[in-house]
Design a binder for this molecule. Sequence first.
Ligand code: DGJ
Length: 701
Amino acid sequence: MVRPQWTLRTARTQYVISLTADGRNAVLDHWGAPQEAVPRYDQPDRVLSHITETDALPLEYASDGQRHTAFTELRVDRGDAGTGAVWTFDPSAQVRTDAAGDELVLTAVDETTTLRLEVRYRTSPAHDVVARRILLVNDGADAITLPRAFSAGWNLPIGQRARVEYLAGSWAREFQRRSIDLDWGTFSIGSSDGITGLRFSPVVAVTGLGDHEHAPRSAPAAGYGITLAWSGSWRMQVASSSVGEHLRVSAGVDDGTTTVTLLPGERFESPDSLGVFSAEGAVELPQRWHEYQRTLRRDIRRPIVYNSWMATEFDVTVRHQSQLARLAADLGVETFVVDDGWFLRRSSDRTGLGDWTPDPDKFPHGLAELADLVAELGMEFGLWVEPEAVSPTSALFAEHPDWIHHADGRPLLTVRNQYVLDFGRPEVVEWAEQMLRDVLDSARIRYLKWDMNRTVSDGGRADDTHGREWAVQHAHGYHRVMGMLRREYPEVVVEACASGGGRIDNAVLAVSDVVWPSDQVGARDRLVIQDGYLSAYPAWAMSSWVSDDDGHRDRRAVSLGYRFAVSMCGVLGIGSDLLAWSVTERAEAARMTAVYKDIRRIVQDGTVRTTGAPDRDLYTVTFCGPAEDPRAVVFVFDRDRDRTRDRELPRVHPAGLAPDVAYRVDATGETVTAASAAALGLRVPFAWALDAEVLVLTPAG
Ligand code: DGJ
């Protein structure tokens, strides 16, 4: 039989799959720059000494049973000695093309005909993104358990040695850029927190190192990006083995803590894993992700927020908040957000969560009094909530002690003095939806910050036949409530937060308007976090407050201008205690807020590229505006320039200006092009502040 072959096309790439001659395996023929005719993958005999054929093939989705020694994305357990599944694929699958892109569904049945697999592909052609997921259906009469049911196995045709770039961190240190040169073996990142997590972000950028004995099949510099659009526990693994011509990236729901159970007739659909290829290398992958993420964004203004958390913490009173609101309005703030501490018994992080009524001592006339004042001041009003959390002393917990995650009867564990509500229970999700409706209907609220401040322990519930799927259920419950907000309260801007950047991923970007990348607001430390964030996630969603905090690591003082410039690289917010600012500082802040309003379209709708490193001398972040505002903005951050030597203005070499455009630099009158900026540089007068510059470049003529 002629082996069926399928080609998925995007603007600059091709993803080609075929079946092996026996119809049992789908293999990758090519993923990279478009080719005229792609040969069907044919395994060189020499790779097969001492291993089975399927252990070396670039399988599109590998199962135990099909493979024997190599890693597999799917493990199937029927309670007997044999594990896994041996598939027969339907050769008649067809690529369907419509305005949204290409779609391919490969269907296979296992040898017992009780388990059905669909390997699904969808392209986002303009962005070179291929989205993959799987569906598994139990067509048999007995339960089947899946100790691992990943979304995808990606074969990267780059040989076996690779540089893997990833984002690691912890609380207040999220999105630190790291890389590892993988020579042999596996590299694994993930979260078993029940949420995306603070420690790693579900995204890798992979570039072949090109000196492996198997010649790379694409240009050595080519970069591949893989991510998982998922807000629950997850794992991604990059594997370099001794055989084959591909490096393998596998991604899916965490297999350490999750076992999927399929009762007769049940199905499991995995989250999407997204893959993108760039012939220009890993350095271009952030652009590809940002372009793709624009499709997830809804058209709503992301306002300049004042958030009172850093000024007040739990000490919230209507009088104090009103004072802050008056000052915020004078600065040009658009939305005033009361953070944690507004509700009953919330005088510290020990109490209050779950009982979402305004504290009458703090708000004797309810929230409407402050919301009305904020409206009179010309701003919108916003509120913080943590719907998944409950304090042990709350009325909600007293009434529903069974609503929290607690699978095993062991002593209950608190983190930040709170339990987590089990969003796998439909009644809990319904309660959360109604609670949010009640809060949002109680005053004119146009901004909601949804926080989540702990990892989940003892996940699930004892009597759940799907008990070890709690992290999947929880993530689905969270997304259901976020979906309700978008449907029923489309006018409310939703900020996603989890102790900082603990739940940022491509699934959250589709249901929120902004995300809070970190509780680290010290400007120098923040800049490092933002640099990492922007390598995978977009500026339009990056909530960033100006604060008076010194930071945790690089504590050297910075100017107010520096602090504003850092926050202006995303969605500007202000978190300082405005009552502690001098009149001069407030006037300066109002001026800089006005500049942000002028350039925010360039920042939020444009492209972004960085040069240098945020913790080194002279780092630049350059935004190049969309057609509607073709100006560019170059933010320059100076760390430790030796100012005693500055006889001349220092120069930077920003990347990312539009080709073939001559720009006039507003502050210096210089004319620059992308080529001259790269070759000769651009003078920086440091007129904005001693340690930071904001250069606006206007197309000349
Ligand atoms: C963690 C968030 O990241 C902070 O911004 C703040 O909202 C606190 N929680 C409030 O408890």
